[in-house]
Design a protein around this ligand. Structure first.
Ligand code: UDP
Ligand code: MG
Length: 341
């Protein structure tokens, strides 16, 4: 029998955000199902369709008809990976939740190792990449630098070279579900909640099919998100720049005073004036920009909008504990509605 008995407690919830992944679904399903069945426990695979423009949704619905352990959450539009993943985690009812990418970059065959570590008593077992195949040097270098900077700026450890691929115990998931901020830097949130964490090294594989949705502009914004979500050090930069410039200006002022007293004032100094004005102007704009980054986020958070909307939630039992119990996490859903086109 394929279906999980509704009264039976689900042990593993696999959460898969999907945006235009139609070419990967079948292969992903074949590989993950083998692994999960091998574990010999009840499980569910929650696929979150993040507003895909291709046939991802229909392929998922077809899968659900074949195997009801595949559950589908269809979001009302594209919300981005972090929110799609959060939606899946909200709906997950397993004792352990495993977010994984649909493109097979995170090998499903690695899951039993995560599970073994979880059974040793760890609450979060994350997979750390030892190699990143199929990625350019520049991407590896920028990723490395980013982890170093954020490591310096935050007070808790955000593990290096770790993606979202991990296993989390129910108590970690319950903690995570209470964090409803819009600017969701998941790697940071995962670490911020704490609990007993362990890491296991794995080889990140190249994408099976399709293209990555990331480009450098998106990565830059992702990095900004990470830094501004977990540190206000950049806001303090203005203070230190200001302090530095003031001290310098004071010394320079004294120097000018004595020089004028001793040698008079022949009124040169246009170039130095320009340099000072431009320098200060630059610093002021830069720091205003930094303040802007934070104000923009305060503005967004203050609207308190729900994180996402669900067009349709398919395959969940009618007694399922829906995430409406999370304050601030709004959604709409239809119970067990099989979707046919
Ligand atoms: N993804 C998503 N919504 C988006 C972008 C990506 O749900 O707006 C999913 C995507 O389908 C995949 C995972 O997030 O399962 C990772 O995306 P991708 O492979 O593009 O990122 P990368 O592996 O390059 O970091
Ligand atoms: Mg990928």
């Amino acid at each position: 029998m394929n279906s999980n008995c509704s009264s039976e407690r689900i042990v593993f919830s696999v959460v898969v955000p999907m945006y235009n992944e139609v070419e990967n679904i079948d292969q992903f399903y074949t590989r993950i199902i083998k692994v999960l069945e091998g574990l010999g426990k009840t499980f569910e695979i929650i696929c979150v369709n993040d507003g895909s423009k291709d046939d991802t949704l229909f392929r998922l619905l077809a899968l659900h008809e074949k195997d009801t352990r595949v559950k589908v959450i269809d979001l009302s539009r594209n919300f981005g990976k972090e929110i799609a993943m959060s939606a899946g985690i909200d709906f997950a009812s397993g004792e352990a939740v495993i977010p994984i990418d649909a493109d097979l970059q995170d090998p499903p065959e690695f899951i039993p190792k995560l599970v073994a570590k979880w059974q040793e008593g760890y609450d979060v077992v994350y997979a750390t990449r030892t190699e990143r195949e199929g990625e350019s040097r520049l991407k590896k270098w920028t990723a490395h630098t980013f982890y170093r900077i954020i490591g310096r700026l935050t007070r808790f450890d955000i593990p290096k070279d770790t993606g979202d691929f991990r296993l989390m115990d129910r108590k970690v998931v319950d903690a995570l579900c209470q964090l409803r901020e819009h600017h969701r830097f998941m790697k940071g949130l995962f670490s911020w909640v704490g609990f007993r964490q362990a890491s296991l090294p794995y080889r990140r594989e190249p994408r099976f099919a399709g293209k990555t949705k990331w480009n450098y502009w998106k990565l830059w914004n992702f990095a900004l998100e990470g830094i501004t979500s977990f540190s206000y050090t950049p806001l303090q930069l203005a203070t230190y720049f200001g302090l530095l410039v003031s001290v310098f200006a004071f010394i320079f002022g004294l120097f000018m005073l004595f020089r004028t007293l001793l040698y008079g004032n022949p009124v040169p100094g246009y170039p130095s004036l320009m340099v000072v004005i431009l320098f200060l102007g630059g610093i002021q704009l830069l720091t205003i920009g930094i303040i802007g980054e934070y104000i923009g986020r305060i503005y967004n958070e203050s609207k308190r909008r729900p994180l996402y909307f669900v067009q349709e939630a398919i395959g969940f039992a009618s007694n399922h504990k829906y995430p409406k119990e999370n304050p601030g996490g709004g959604f709409s859903f239809h119970e067990e509605k099989i979707f046919k086109n």
